[in-house]
Design a protein around this ligand. Sequence first.
Ligand SMILES: Cc1cc2nc3c(=O)[nH]c(=O)nc-3n(C[C@H](O)[C@H](O)[C@H](O)COP(=O)(O)OP(=O)(O)OC[C@H]3O[C@@H](n4cnc5c(N)ncnc54)[C@H](O)[C@@H]3O)c2cc1C
Length: 749
Amino acid sequence: MTGRRRSHDRRLAARRPYRGAGLLARFRIRDQQHLSLCILQRPHAVRGAVAADGACDACRPACPLCPCATGKPRPGHRRPLRLYPGRRGHGDRLRHLRRVLVRVRRTGPSPASQPHRQEAGRHRSHVALCADGRVAGRRHRPDRRGMGHAAMAALEAGAVRLRHDVRGRHSPGAHRAFPYLGDHGPRRADRRDQRHHQAHLCPRHLGPAAAVGVHHSDHRRQHLEADVNDDALIDALKARLPAEAVRTDDDALTLAMHDVHVTGERPVAVVVPKDAAELASAVAAATALGHAVIPRGGGLSYTGGYAAPGPGAVTIDMQGMNRILDIAQEDMTITVQAGVTWKQINNALKPLGLRMPFIGTFSGAGATVGGGLGHGALFFGSARYGSAADNVLGMEVVLADGTLLRTGQGALAQPSKPILRSFGPDLTGLFTHDGGMFGIKTEATFRLIRTPAEQGYASFAFSDIRQAADALCEMARADLAEEIYILDPSAADAVHADASTMAKTAVSVARGAGGAFKAVKALAALAKGGTDFIPEGHFSLHLTAAGRCAAAVEADLAAAHHIASRRGGSAVTPTIPRVARAEIFANLNGVLGPRGGRWAALNAKVAHSDAHRLIDAFDAMIAPHAEEMAAHGVRYTRLVSALANHCFSFEPVFHWQDRWQPLHRSAPDPVHLAAFEEPVPNPQGRALVDRLRRETVDLFRSLGAASNQIGRTYPFRAALSPAPDHLLSTIKQALDPRGLMNPGVLGFA
Ligand SMILES: Cc1cc2nc3c(=O)[nH]c(=O)nc-3n(C[C@H](O)[C@H](O)[C@H](O)COP(=O)(O)OP(=O)(O)OC[C@H]3O[C@@H](n4cnc5c(N)ncnc54)[C@H](O)[C@@H]3O)c2cc1C
């Protein structure tokens, strides 16, 4: 233990009524219905409140003695852990017991200075909090080795059912010693979560006790994973939703806890609502029981946006809400459920000669509207029309308590068609780029445009990324294209390598070219480009121009050629932008890198005038890591693009070979997947990538850059100045007083 930690403990000790067995506790009986407790536990703190219905707001910050009652996070005091009442009881025989076990486990003897040493015994000890206000220390039985001590004490008290031992293994002794564990015993828990010890509390025997919120630190989690009455939650959800909408199977839970790069805690359940009413009902049920709710769209992000920060969360899988609700051709709007993908929208609008201005992301075959609005999705169409958030006119959102709220003109008492987004302060904007921290989007309305009659493509090679960036900025300022982007030399090589995609794409290119003559021309262009259209080691700039007539497109392309040549670029066959547009939203094979490896990107948005500064700063940051990166097989590429005509977007992408996340197995086409063997785990490579990502994020922050896809990767809140931080915290507090709506995303717990 560090000296600092020791003095911290001493400070706490001076103010507490009980200290022993490695546990510091404060608690008080509030009334007949509520017991609040605060456990200050070395080296971290836990706190909580117990309420009769498990949903008492007043109880949450209940303990006035507790430094954590301020709600301010402090080191080692992060994760919510909850205790819930058990559903089925073994409690009849133990009616008299009213204990909530809060903490047990201590290895080795207690320090002599601690008064409870004798009581706790030499080996391990546990403590139970009693409803009459006493803290009871109990002696551990060394012969029941491997049992979680928390569960042990609770089992003895009859209030808790054992699910796991602390080391995550099934403990056969538990069944022998406590036959009443029955179906709810360790075997089932084993399937649910190999790592966690879990126990259930029985409300009848805890009297008023029903829910306890506890904060604990990561590295202690294995010692204390008491709690959570999953069954009560699952019952509540099943009572409100069709059984098939509440998933607790391993596949669903596993997928929900991993994004493309980040792994979070395993949720208790995955709810798949099919409409706003079901969603609102599920959210209300879960939060009433004190569970966090976490929205997940297509799941195709890599910044931990839906990675649960602690146990007990419910993932709301939006993929069941995938209906296009209205295409108002006269009004030029489309209204969709939030689980609709960009591909669905594009397919529905195409026959009508319409499209969204922002068309979608590279991941648009699976990425959803809700995820895109929450994450500031951008790419196809973004150089001219901005991001998804720039094109939304109104939304419907479910708040943490299940309230349905509409924004834009939908917010009016006399609701009208959502044509004007900001009638008064921009409520719609509040729910964009928010990572779902304010609420879960159920519906969104976007504006539409007529599909431009003509499209054209251009590509240029540059020997230097700065020259390419200058050209991109100039083209963006002149509004010459719908998307403009720069690929690193090795990123373009990956396109070369994927010749089979190219062959398949040829058909789409021909199909999408419009007319036999154009098809032949397009295929000829593709063939000419072949696989060597970019000189080795060159950065390539690509653009898609679009307009009402061929002359307008040609004029834009001519202007682009002029700019590129002035900036030192040379024209090459525009195979890449043509293929990208022809096969827009083709598949999700891109979750895997070129050789079946992994990748994870970061991004920074700055003004055009800061482009060089950003590129130079990143180069300077990454250069000293070259050797280490080579040693662990980590490399990087850069993707540069234009967002509207004023914003420069820079995305370093780290690549390495490593064990796959579940999404790497489930998202790509089976045929594509079959071409690769899953790489062996590369923990050092992964750790290096994580370190480089952190350094990159710090660098972006130091340059004042903004980012989309904030999730839990960018320190958004920490980067705010006090006034906006206060405003956003106040809004969060008003919308989600218990912090149960995607806690931790954007840094708001
Ligand atoms: C191969 C590949 C290509 C990509 N290309 C691009 C690209 O071109 N442009 C780009 O911007 N990004 C891209 N991404 C990143 C990612 O796909 C996008 O950020 C995308 O918008 C995520 O959408 P999703 O539906 O998968 O959201 P998820 O990953 O499921 O969720 C993203 C965030 O939104 C929240 N959320 C999800 N649904 C809702 C809802 N209904 N209400 C409230 N909050 C919600 C989640 O909690 C999470 O915080 C790419 C990723 C991959 C793997």
